[in-house]
Every structure is written in C-alpha cells, then in structure tokens.
Design a protein around this ligand. Structure first.
Ligand code: INI
Length: 162
C-alpha cells in the first residue's frame, strides 16, 4: 500500500500562478495579501522579480476560469490559485456568477490536470466577506496552504504509465 500526502516543506520548488478578481477588491486584495504571506513564509519568493509566482488580475470572478485555464495550459505552473468575492447583496445575478466561476474552476482543474484552488468567497454580505478576508481570519492564507499541499501531492503521485 502506498500513502500519498502533500508536504509543506518543499514549497520552494513550486511555481504558482494566482488569478485575482478586481471586483470587491476591498476583499480580494486582502485575500491576496494573506495568500502571499503564507507562500512567502513557506519559502516561495513573492517579490516583484520572482520567477516562482505570477499574479493576473481579472475584472470579476466571472472571468477567473478563462485566465486560470490559460495559466494551467501554459505548463509553467504546478498550481493555480483563484481569488474572488461574490456577494449576494450586491447583485441579482449572484447565482449566475457563482455557478460560472465554481463550475469553470472545477473544469479547468479536471481538464488540465493542474490543481486549481477555489478561493472565491461567496457570501450574503460584505461584512461576512471581510470577516473571511482578515477581520476574523484570512482565508487567503488557507488557500496558500492548500496550493502548497496540492502542488506537493501532485509531484508525489505516480505519473500515467507511458
Ligand atoms: N464579480 C465578482 O467577482 N463579484 C461580484 O459580487 C460581482 N457582482 O456583484 O456582480 C461580480 N460581477 C462582475 C462579473 O464577475 C464580471 O466581471 C462581469 O459580469 C463582466 O463579465
């Protein structure tokens, strides 16, 4: 029997792409800073000149899957992290945006074989979103951890037999 687990100690060997939505950037910028803090404290170079980390800003969460797909297909990244905030109070098409981004991100991950972390908050209010982006805790940090774990796990798993 083999048991496979992601490790948090070999993060420095990962290249990570982040897609972040500008819509509700009061929230998404905080998610991004929590996420980068996590990556940096696990040995990933998050500086301006980093060759390990790229960040792509998109207008809103609806656009996340397309850019995540481009990043995943590039072969450059072992993991892609998506960050967004869809707030029900703000939009009558909340359900449309949430369905599109959640299904889209899952499809990109499945189709590309690259883990894509779903870091899109879906809340009823701005207050709830802010609580998850730093007022109480910052889920951006958790998304960083999940990215490291998945990147490491995918490296450890056997490749498809040739
Ligand atoms: N995009 C979000 O990321 N969050 C939202 O809450 C939101 N609202 O409220 O509408 C939102 N809309 C923009 C959407 O994601 C697209 O950018 C836009 O429809 C253009 O395609």
């Amino acid at each position: 029997m083999a048991t496979f687990e992601g490790r948090f100690t070999d993060a420095a060997s990962l290249r990570i792409g982040v897609v972040v939505a500008r819509f509700n950037d009061l929230v998404t910028a905080k998610l991004l800073s929590g996420c980068l803090d996590c990556l940096s404290r696990h040995g990933i170079d998050t500086g301006e000149a980093s060759s390990q980390l790229d960040v792509a800003w998109v207008p809103g969460s609806f656009e996340i899957p397309l850019v995540a797909q481009r990043m995943a297909a590039s072969g450059r990244y072992q993991v892609v992290i998506t960050l967004g905030a869809v707030i029900r109070g703000d939009t009558p098409h909340f359900d449309v945006v949430v369905a599109e981004v959640s299904k889209g991100v899952a499809a990109v991950s499945r189709d590309s074989g690259v883990p894509v972390i779903f870091g899109v908050l879906t809340t009823d209010t701005m207050q709830q979103a802010l609580e998850r982006a730093g007022i109480k805790s910052n889920l951006g940090w958790s998304y960083g951890m999940q990215a490291i774990e998945m990147g490491s796990l995918m490296k450890a798993l056997p490749l498809r037999a040739q």
